[in-house]
Design a protein around this ligand. Structure first.
Ligand code: FE2
Ligand code: FE2
Length: 295
């Protein structure tokens, strides 16, 4: 299939601009050949570089959507993995298979730790995929423990250590600590910040550390309000009071950034947020959604 909606990067005049294009989410734009599936993935074009933030769960969906959107796997300069969960890292296998060259991947040092879903012991493994020898040789994994600049206009947050507000973890997330399974606090989750003319634009994976904790981490680093947030906030199971508490903090402490929340924010989470913030308070963000920013 040839380019369907978007010109390739070489055809775009990106001077002074950045673009974020959704390539993987549970939902896809209507009346398009794009596929929705469990997971997250954004292409970020900025500073003459192309970044893929998360790879979604299934490589074939990722590659399909990229093909429809005119994204050549070999045009990706670097991948950022928000955390080890497979709905964010699973597509890496097909991406590595498809590429000719080595792939630079930024992630938390613990991104490959064993993760599971279950009670006491996992019934399902949900961590970083197995790559095998051949694909591992194509992987250039670069650890991100703390704030790390990966481009003139892009930084990665590193670990979100201070979690003053409730996290968004779910009871059944487990990690292997080397000798036993324990509840996973998702220390390995990092976010990406695009530095735009209107302020930092935050891109999250699952938002397990808690959206407001991540926002505070970013605001205290930059000393200014966040302009927009794109990505997951893991609020599907949040009851109404928990969502209201998040909204109160967002309004009072963070001047209500534009919210393009998707993926694990979930239909329930988004509905409850919209009850508080209005229909436009959380904008749609499906596969095919494209935003551009001045940098
Ligand atoms: Fe997720
Ligand atoms: Fe996750």
């Amino acid at each position: 299939m040839s380019t369907f909606f978007y010109p390739r990067r070489d055809d775009l005049d990106m001077t002074g601009k950045a673009r974020i294009l959704n390539v993987y989410d549970e939902g896809a734009l209507e009346h398009t050949p794009l596929i929705g599936g469990h997971g997250q993935g954004f292409i970020i074009d900025v500073d003459g570089k192309r970044i893929l933030f998360d790879t979604g769960l299934r490589g074939r969906y990722l590659l399909h959507n990229m093909k429809v959107l005119g994204i050549d796997p070999d045009s990706i300069d670097m991948v950022v993995l928000s955390h080890g969960h497979r709905d964010h890292s699973g597509g890496l296998v097909s991406l590595l298979e498809e590429r000719r060259d080595t792939l630079v991947v930024y992630a938390h040092p613990d991104v490959r730790e064993k993760k599971g879903k279950g009670i006491i012991i996992p019934w399902k493994r949900i961590g970083f995929p197995r790559l095998g020898e051949e694909l591992s040789a194509k992987l250039d994994l670069r650890p991100v423990a703390d704030w790390t600049r990966i481009s003139d206009s892009v930084q990665l947050t590193g670990e979100i250590k201070e979690r003053r507000d409730p996290e968004a973890l779910g009871k059944r997330l487990l990690r292997w600590n080397g000798s036993s399974w324990e509840m996973d606090r998702m220390r390995d989750e990092i976010s990406l910040v695009l530095e735009t003319a209107k302020g930092p634009v935050l891109v999250t994976g699952c938002g397990h550390p808690g959206l407001t904790n991540i926002l505070r981490h970013v605001v205290s680093h930059y000393g200014k309000d966040v302009h927009a947030v794109l990505g997951g906030a893991h609020m599907e199971k949040f009851k109404k009071p928990a969502v209201e508490a998040v909204v109160d903090i967002i309004i009072e402490e963070f001047e209500t950034p534009q919210l393009y929340l998707n993926h694990c924010t979930g239909p329930n989470g988004i509905m409850r947020l919209r009850e508080q913030l209005g229909l436009d308070g959380v904008k749609d963000c499906y596969v095919g959604t494209e935003l551009s920013f001045q940098i």
